[in-house]
Design a protein around this ligand. Structure first.
Ligand SMILES: Cc1cc2nc3c(=O)[nH]c(=O)nc-3n(C[C@H](O)[C@H](O)[C@H](O)COP(=O)(O)OP(=O)(O)OC[C@H]3O[C@@H](n4cnc5c(N)ncnc54)[C@H](O)[C@@H]3O)c2cc1C
Length: 183
């Protein structure tokens, strides 16, 4: 059985403008408030997107700093070109468009320094700090970058272990803990 109050039969415009005896605001002002109270589904989506953005960021920095930790003391021309290309590609296809655009501006102002492992690590630390500052995060002390990020499973002991070292990841770039290997 349906019960019908007088209000139920009124058109929406009448309900909001007459206020049914209550002091409801007119429809126009109710609508204007809407963006301040996003629907739960929209805010859940925004939270998920922010989490994914942060995760992709952490993963990308991990890749870049680990790669830099393993970058040779004396990189070949090809290795220097590869590092520049990697950075360049990120400025175009990094999965957060706004981040990619900002990163492209950064890289234009401070092009990658890939002439040696230590210089590449310093450069990367510096641009990461620029992103940190943009996001209002504390900057990282770049003197500590070599202790924060190390080559993959590549301790001097593993490096001495020859084949075992290579299997553990020391040989990814032909670079052991002691620097590039001669082939
Ligand atoms: C190229 C790039 C551009 C980005 N641009 C944006 C952007 O514009 N807007 C946005 O919201 N997010 C951006 N991000 C993501 C953002 O930088 C963070 O990755 C994300 O916010 C998660 O931050 P986090 O605090 O976990 O630490 P992260 O910044 O991801 O850092 C991971 C770890 O690296 C270490 N670390 C921090 N700073 C340095 C440093 N300078 N040198 C060496 N190690 C360091 C710390 O131990 C830290 O825990 C970008 C990511 C990348 C890779």
């Amino acid at each position: 059985m349906r019960t019908s109050s007088p209000a139920a039969s009124l058109p929406l415009a009448n309900i909001t403008s007459t206020g049914l005896g209550l002091s409801s605001p007119p429809l126009a002002s109710t609508t204007a408030l809407a963006p301040a109270y996003p629907a739960p589904a929209a805010s859940a989506k925004a939270t998920a997107a922010a989490t994914a953005k942060a995760e992709v960021g952490r993963a990308t920095w991990t890749l870049l700093h680990t790669l830099a930790a393993q970058f040779p003391q004396k990189p070949s021309r090809q290795q220097q070109k590869d590092a520049r290309t990697l950075v360049d590609v990120l400025t175009r296809i990094y999965p957060c468009g706004d981040c990619a655009r900002h990163f492209a501006e950064l890289v234009k102002r401070e092009p990658p320094v890939v002439t040696s492992g230590p210089e590449f690590r310093r450069w990367l630390c510096s641009v990461h700090n620029r992103v940190n500052s943009r996001l209002g995060k504390p900057t990282f002390n770049c003197d500590l970058v070599e202790s924060r990020w190390s080559p993959l499973g590549c301790s001097p002991e593993e490096d001495d272990a020859g084949e075992l070292g290579a299997a553990a990841g020391c040989d990814l770039l032909g670079v052991g803990a002691k620097g590039p290997r001669r082939r």
